[in-house]
Structures are given as structure tokens and as C-alpha cells.
Design a binder for this molecule. Structure first.
Ligand code: AMP
Ligand code: ZN
Length: 460
């Protein structure tokens, strides 16, 4: 089973061969912490979480290092602090905590390292000094700029020529720039803006150097996979390549993996367009596992149009798989060992073919429903769970799923009404039993009577 990944650098799918199979290394650009994450920001988190889980399956849990940074120094953060009139540290701490909670709610494993830009300033300054010494950067007017013309391969990742590069970057033609395409490594800070002492005066880093320094610190100069949304290819990743290759005199990331956009009515979801919905808003509508499935049913490189209908459809599909699960365990979490079916691993190894994986999950759930004996049902469940868990799905017990979904009635109240209905039936008061069933139905709770007088419930 060989993993194949589409490498943006080659514009082709290729077999994945890590530098060191005992330590597969992946870096993904993390959030700039000035505001709540929107559901578009969650797309790379979920995609690279699936890739992380797959790498851990192939190479072993202790043999993958996943780094996702926190950008906690940025002009958008400074602007948000000014607007809300609160200290910068308050904004970054609160936003980081919210990010952690939201990403946990959508089932993403935490990365192995989560460096913060503000903890990596000395490494950034050292890298900028090296770039100056090697003639790839120059200081001017309190700024330090990267001289793109000093790097022959500039533009190779994004496949743009110099004119397009300048247009694409919407670069400011500042007087201190020797060439319009040169980009900022360091800029001066006034007294009201966060700043650190440096050989070029008190200032702060540009965004691109942050990732070059943080990836080097935690993964070394050359590592396996670098990921992020496709909007980052240019200028962010192009500039990371330039900085890292020139400073380290070594190759940088070997496989570049980029997810497509999450869109709303065909337009990229973004803060600036104002067409965004936060992860929190979506979690009000559906559980995290439904959000994951809605995200994964489209291949990661395709655009994905987000809608309430697709979220609802995903929620129903996950609910159906939990019903299959409940057929075997009666609602409890399965304690046996699950196993990943080879066909499922093969689908994910084909450049994360999650649409195919989803079809297979439906088939495995179908096998649970149709299996004739308890033993055969359990075998089918092992496949369903092994497969689903690899996508971060079916990670709780069926009762937890059916009972945690938001509804008008609390689970304790539902249990009380079910007990009252059972008592009414025992006393042959069928009118009362039906009335309770109707009351629950009106609150969106569906009852399923099982053999042996057991009644199970789920939200509609
Ligand atoms: P940002 O905080 O804007 O730098 O975004 C954080 C991550 O989310 C980056 O990997 C972006 O590429 C990604 N991202 C932002 N908006 C979208 C979107 N609408 N669809 C997919 N990925 C996105
Ligand atoms: Zn980055």
C-alpha cells in the first residue's frame, strides 16, 4: 500500500517516500489568531488531520511529527486590538483558546508541536541575518527585504513569471524597495505596536519568515510535507521556499499539499468578503462529526460549496452509521479491536480519496444491517469502526451520539418519559402511552421499541 499525494510543486500525483520513515515530518500553516475560526479555516484542519491519521497508520503512531503554528504577531491582530481597545495578548490568548476548543469539537487531533510566532523571534532574527550575509536580503529604512531576484527559482512553486508575481502580490511600491517584488522580512514597530529589539532597530517579523523559522526549529531544514489552503501558494509558500532554501542552502519541503476553497454560492468563504460562518455557528446546527463528514465527502482539491442541506445530509449519514453500530452494542461504546479494511486504506492512499471512502463506509454499515448472525454483525462493525475512526468519525458510543444532539428535551427528561410510557403500557393504559410517544415526537424524539421491552430513542 503506497501513499500517493498530489504535489503542487509538480502539478502531479506521485508516490510518497519520506526522508526518514521513522520520523515523517509535516508542517501546516496555522491560524492568525485575531478572530474566531470560520468553517473555511476548518477545511485544512480536517484534511490534514486525516492525512496525519493515515500517516500514523502507515508509519506508526510514534513516527509522525505534525507541526501547526499559531501566528500571534500580525497587523490584523494589532488592528483588532485597537478596534476593541483591549491588549493584544488578550486577543491572541482568547482566540487561541477558542481555536483549540473548536478544533477539538470537530475531532481534530492536536498537532505534536504548536509553536507560536512570538516564541520564535530569535530564530527569525538569526535567519534574516543569514539571508543578509548571503546577499539575499537587505536592510533599508528600518525594514529588511528579501531580494527576489537573488533567487533563481523564485516563482517555481506557483509557476508565475515575475510580472505576474508582482501583480499577484499586489505589492506596495515602497521607496525602500530595490525591486517592486521584494517582500518584507522585518518591519519597524512604533511604541504602540508589538516589537522586539533587533540589529535593525525595534520591530516585528513579516508573516512569511515566521513559518520558515518555526518549521526549521521543529522539523529541520528539509522535511516531508508542507500543507495549507491553496490561497497560500502565492505569495506565502513561494516566499517560505525562497527564504528557507537561501538561508539553509538545502531543499525545503518535498511534497506541497494544498486544499481547495470552501465556498458559499461559488465564492471563497473569507473574513474580508463577510460571507463566513464560524465553526461555532455550525456546531450549533450539527455535531462535529457531521461537520467532518460534510467536509470530507468532496475531494480535498475540489471546491466545496458549504450549505445547510449538505450539513443535514451528512448528519443523517453519520446517524445511520451510528444506528448500525447500535445494532451490535445496544448503545455502548465498542470495546473490541476495530480493523481498517484494506480497500478503505487504499482509497485514502490514493491522494486522500475521501468521496470513495464515504461510499465504502455506507457499504460497511449496510453489512452490519444485513448480516444474519451476531458474530457476522460484529465482524462488519469492526470494519465500519476501523474505517470511520481513520476519518475521525464514529469516535463515541452510539448512545453518546444520539443523546448529545441538541434538542428541546434533556436526556434525563426523555428517559423519565420513556419510563412513564413503559409503566402506562404495563398498566394497559395505551392512551397514555401513545400520548407520551406523541409528546416526545413533538419534541423531536423518536422512539424505537426493541424486543424484550427495551425502548431506544434518538433525535429526529
Ligand atoms: P488564514 O487565517 O486566513 O491564514 O487561514 C488559515 C488557513 O485556512 C489557511 O490554510 C488558509 O488557506 C485556509 N483557508 C482560509 N479560507 C479558506 C477557505 N474559504 N477554504 C479553504 N481554506 C481556507
Ligand atoms: Zn505558513
Amino acid at each position: 500500500m503506497t501513499l500517493h499525494l498530489y504535489n503542487t510543486f509538480l502539478r502531479a500525483k506521485e508516490p510518497f517516500a519520506p526522508i526518514d520513515p521513522s520520523n515523517v515530518r509535516m508542517y501546516v500553516c496555522g491560524p492568525t489568531v485575531y478572530d474566531l475560526a470560520h468553517i473555511g479555516n476548518a477545511r485544512p484542519v480536517i484534511i490534514f488531520d486525516v492525512l496525519y491519521r493515515l500517516l500514523r497508520l502507515i508509519y506508526g503512531e510514534g513516527h509522525v511529527t505534525y507541526v501547526r503554528n499559531i501566528t500571534d504577531v500580525d497587523d490584523k491582530i494589532n488592528a483588532a486590538a485597537r478596534e476593541k481597545n483591549v491588549p493584544i495578548a488578550e486577543i491572541t490568548a482568547a482566540t487561541t483558546a477558542a481555536y483549540h476548543a473548536d478544533m477539538a469539537a470537530i475531532g481534530a487531533l492536536p498537532p505534536d508541536h504548536e509553536p507560536r510566532a512570538t516564541e520564535t523571534i530569535p530564530e527569525m532574527v538569526a535567519m534574516i541575518e543569514t539571508l543578509i550575509q548571503k546577499g539575499h536580503a537587505y536592510a533599508a529604512d528600518g525594514h529588511v527585504l528579501f531580494a527576489v531576484q537573488s533567487f533563481e527559482d523564485y516563482g517555481k512553486l506557483s509557476r508565475r513569471d515575475q510580472d505576474e508575481l508582482i501583480a499577484g502580490a499586489r505589492v506596495e511600491v515602497a521607496p525602500y524597495k530595490k525591486y517592486p517584488g521584494d517582500f518584507v522580512l522585518w518591519k519597524p514597530s512604533d511604541a504602540d505596536t508589538p516589537g522586539w529589539d533587533s540589529p535593525w532597530g525595534r520591530g516585528r517579523p513579516g508573516w512569511h519568515i515566521e513559518c520558515s523559522a518555526m518549521s526549521k526549529k521543529h522539523l529541520g531544514v528539509t522535511f516531508d510535507i508542507h500543507g495549507g489552503g491553496r490561497d497560500l501558494i502565492f505569495p506565502h509558500h513561494e516566499n517560505e521556499v525562497a527564504q528557507s532554501v537561501c538561508a539553509n542552502a538545502a531543499p525545503f519541503a518535498r511534497y506541497w499539499v494544498h486544499n481547495g476553497f470552501l465556498t458559499v454560492e461559488g465564492e471563497k468563504m473569507s473574513k474580508s468578503l463577510g460571507n463566513f460562518r464560524t465553526v461555532r455557528q455550525e456546531l450549533e446546527k450539527a455535531p462535529g462529526e457531521a461537520i467532518r463528514l460534510a467536509m470530507l465527502k468532496t475531494h480535498y482539491r475540489q471546491p466545496l460549496d458549504w450549505s445547510d442541506d449538505s450539513l443535514k445530509e451528512a448528519r443523517e449519514a453519520v446517524g445511520k452509521w451510528y444506528r448500525a453500530y447500535r445494532e451490535v452494542t445496544g448503545g455502548a461504546k465498542y470495546e473490541g479491536e476495530a480493523s481498517v479494511p484494506p480497500a478503505f486504506a487504499a482509497a485514502l492512499c490514493d491522494d486522500l480519496n475521501t468521496p470513495e471512502a464515504r461510499t465504502l463506509l455506507d457499504a460497511y454499515a449496510g453489512e452490519v444491517f444485513t448480516a444474519k448472525t451476531p458474530a457476522a454483525k460484529e465482524v462488519a462493525l469492526k470494519h465500519l469502526l476501523g474505517a470511520a475512526n481513520l476519518l475521525g468519525l464514529l469516535t463515541q458510543g452510539p448512545d453518546d451520539w444520539f443523546h448529545s444532539e441538541k434538542g428541546a428535551l434533556e436526556p434525563a427528561e426523555i428517559e423519565r418519559l420513556i419510563a412513564a410510557r413503559i409503566a402506562a403500557r404495563k398498566g394497559k393504559d395505551f392512551a397514555e402511552a401513545d400520548r407520551i410517544r406523541d409528546e416526545l415526537a413533538a419534541a423531536g424524539v423518536i422512539l424505537e421499541d426493541r424486543p424484550g421491552g427495551v425502548t431506544e430513542w434518538r433525535r429526529a
